[in-house]
Structures are given as structure tokens and as C-alpha cells.
Design a protein around this ligand. Structure first.
Ligand SMILES: [Zn+2]
Length: 388
């Protein structure tokens, strides 16, 4: 079975390579903004749309006007036009109007893998060498990488590479296709999981996984840096330094969160065969008090939940496990997992432990919910099995 996968590595470019990467980033942004402006004017003045192929043709003229564009990877400039085209498609589907890209907003560029072969020799402009910890990228040549220590060989097919700069650090993420072996599925160990704010994952066998505590320390560091930043003179060398540090700290948090979620999802998928999870509406998950406190926590939790489900989904696929999504309207937290009685009183999220009014069972809110999710998941699994 062929699967799509993404690899992210930290890269260690030389000073020369750094300059070229920065040029690629800057030129991608320039091309994006240039055509966004052009599309805007053309639309306002002549009520006309400039198509992607028109932009690509026009790009050739731009090289004459701005010869420095020739220095960079030409593929990334065309990709930039594709991104712009995509953001207009999104706009027509109801999302916001495309914005101009500002410096320091998102320092990335994307290049595409081009392959060719001649007389049984094959050539590719992007090559990943895990053994020697190197990557070959268009125009840049070979760069040292770090990551995936346990993987020694790469056999997949690379589609594209996104080069990213965060503060002083550089990363590359590869979008690839890889072949995996298929094995028959057996329902050996099923598990139900409940997603929450305090404990990101609670399983039906009683495990509670936390990640936020570990992240709080980094967040405190950012707060300290931000205070320092506000005391600095604007645009001074020092303020720039602090800004960079803040960016790196944010990236660290994102990486930490991802890494911690990976640890949890890998364990869950490894130890179980069927994983039942609730597809949820996050607005119900956060108490009113927390909601007032900040909007950001809601956003982060939302992202984390999606990340947990996303990771379990693809890891299940890779390992012949099954993910069953249970409907949101299923009353997982109000139902007593022992007798099935619906306890309406416990809708309040502050109630963490409750006693069933019918059978008297003492329920932990999250564990009880995950057991219910597990039962619902198994039922759904058999129903689907019977249908086929
Ligand atoms: Zn009960």
C-alpha cells in the first residue's frame, strides 16, 4: 500500500547556503506580493482575472525587469504563484481575501522534486541520504540534516520540499510517498480514548496523559522575553535579538507539543488494535471561565485534538490498526458506563467525579467517557463489518 508522509529535518546550511535560502524566501514572497497586487489592480480596473497560466507566462518578463530573480530556484517562484492561485480559490470558497506576505511572517519557500533518467541512470534534484545525514536541494547542493535517528534508509518518492527559517534555525520538510506492507486486521485489543484540556488523552483502561504542564515552562520564558522586548527601544539591535528568541521559543513549543503528542499516539497505536475516538466540538470542551481567560487556549486545544486524531489516523493506517470515529452527539460523558443510565445533571464540566443515580457506580468523568466511546466504537465496528 502506498501512503503519503511528511518528514521534517533541521538543516545546517553554510553561510553561503543561508544567503541563498534567504534569497529564495525573499523572492518567493516578492513574486507572491507582486502578483497579488497585479491581480487586485486588474480586477478593480478592468474587472478581469489573471489566471495561473497567465501569471506563469508573465513571470518570464519579470526576470528581465528584476534580474536578481534569476539567482534563485525558479521552481519555488512558480510554486509561489500556485500558492497565490490557491489562496484565491480559497477566497472564492468563502475564506478571507489573500493578504500580502510581510517579512518575518512565514519565512518559507517550496520547491518541487524533478526526476529524470538517462541510460539506466536516474537523476533527482532532491535527494535524501539518511545514512550520511545529508540532503541535496536544488541550487543549494548538499546540506547536513538532523532527525530520524533510527531510520537508516529512505526508499520513498519525494514530491516537494519546503524550506523554512525560524529565528536563526533552518528546517526542511519533505512530502513523500512510501510503500508499506499490508497485514490482516484482528480485533485483539480495542481501546477508547477521550480528549480533554487538562489531560489531553484519557484511555478506557484508565491512563491519563498530560502535556500542558511540560509546556508551561516555555510559555513562562516567552512571557519574560516579551516583557524584555517591550522595554527595548524599537528597531534596536537588542529588540531584534529578543524578537528572534521569542520566535524560536514559539517554535520550540510547537515542536514540543507535537513531539509529546507523537509519544502518546505511538504508544496507543502500538499497544492496541482498534482505537475509538470521539469527533468533537471543541467549544463544548472548555469551561466558560477558561474561555474568558483567553481565546488562545481554545485554539491550541483545538489544534492539539486535531493533531492527536490525525496522528492516530495515519499511524493506524501504517500499522494495520483501526481508528473508529464516534459521533459527537453520542452522550459519552453523561452515560454511566456500568448501567447505561443517562445522568443529565453532570453536563457541567466542573464535575470531574460523579455517582450514578441508578446503580451508584462512582465514575471518573473522563475514564467513564472513554469506556463509553470504546463500547460505541466496537458496536460501530461490528455494524460496518455486517454491512460489508
Ligand atoms: Zn450507573
Amino acid at each position: 500500500m502506498l501512503i503519503n508522509k511528511a518528514y521534517q529535518f533541521r538543516i545546517y546550511p553554510t553561510e553561503e547556503q543561508k544567503i541563498l535560502i534567504n534569497k529564495c524566501i525573499g523572492s518567493s514572497r516578492f513574486v507572491y506580493n507582486y502578483y497579488l497586487d497585479k491581480k487586485k489592480t486588474e480586477y478593480n480596473e478592468n474587472n478581469k482575472n489573471i489566471s495561473l497560466s497567465d501569471m506563469k507566462k508573465d513571470l518570464k518578463k519579470l526576470y528581465v525587469e528584476y534580474p536578481w530573480l534569476k539567482e534563485v530556484d525558479s521552481v519555488c517562484l512558480r510554486n509561489s504563484l500556485e500558492d497565490l492561485d490557491k489562496s484565491f480559490i480559497n477566497f472564492f470558497n468563502g475564506y478571507g481575501y489573500p493578504k500580502f506576505k510581510s517579512k518575518n511572517y512565514k519565512d518559507t519557500y517550496r520547491t518541487t522534486c524533478i526526476r529524470s533518467s538517462y541510460k539506466s541512470k536516474s537523476y533527482s534534484n532532491i535527494e535524501l541520504d539518511l545514512e550520511n545525514k545529508e540532503i541535496k536541494l536544488p541550487k543549494l547542493g548538499k546540506i547536513k540534516i538532523r532527525g530520524y535517528r533510527n531510520k537508516k534508509k529512505f526508499t520513498g518518492k519525494i514530491f516537494n520540499a519546503t524550506i523554512k527559517k525560524v529565528g536563526y534555525k533552518y528546517y526542511v520538510s519533505l512530502s513523500v510517498e512510501e510503500e508499506i506492507e499490508e497485514k490482516p486486521f484482528s480485533l485483539g485489543y480495542p481501546i477508547g480514548i477521550d480528549l480533554g484540556v487538562k489531560n489531553i488523552v484519557v484511555t478506557s483502561d484508565g491512563y491519563k496523559y498530560k502535556i500542558e504542564e511540560k509546556i508551561t515552562r516555555q510559555e513562562k520564558r516567552i512571557k519574560g522575553l516579551q516583557r524584555g522586548f517591550s522595554r527595548c527601544k524599537r528597531c534596536s539591535k537588542n529588540s531584534y535579538k529578543i524578537k528572534m528568541k521569542i520566535k524560536i521559543a514559539y517554535q520550540k513549543i510547537r515542536n514540543m507539543r507535537k513531539y509529546l503528542i507523537h509519544e502518546i499516539t505511538t504508544k496507543i497505536v502500538k499497544e492496541n488494535d482498534l482505537i475509538a475516538v470521539e469527533t468533537l466540538k471543541v467549544k463544548d470542551m472548555i469551561t466558560k471561565k477558561e474561555n474568558k481567560k483567553n481565546h488562545l487556549s481554545k485554539y491550541i486545544s483545538n489544534n492539539s485534538f486535531n493533531e492527536v486524531i490525525r496522528q492516530i489516523e495515519y499511524k493506524s493506517l501504517w500499522n494495520n490498526k483501526k481508528l473508529i470515529k464516534v459521533n459527537t452527539y453520542f452522550p459519552s460523558s453523561k452515560k454511566c458506563s456500568r448501567c447505561g443510565n443517562i445522568n443529565k445533571k453532570i453536563s457541567d464540566l466542573r464535575i470531574r467525579k460523579w455517582e450514578c443515580s441508578k446503580c451508584g457506580n462512582k465514575n471518573d468523568r473522563d475514564i467513564n467517557a472513554s469506556i463509553n466511546i470504546l463500547e460505541e466504537g466496537i458496536e460501530l465496528y461490528y455494524k460496518r463489518l455486517l454491512k460489508n
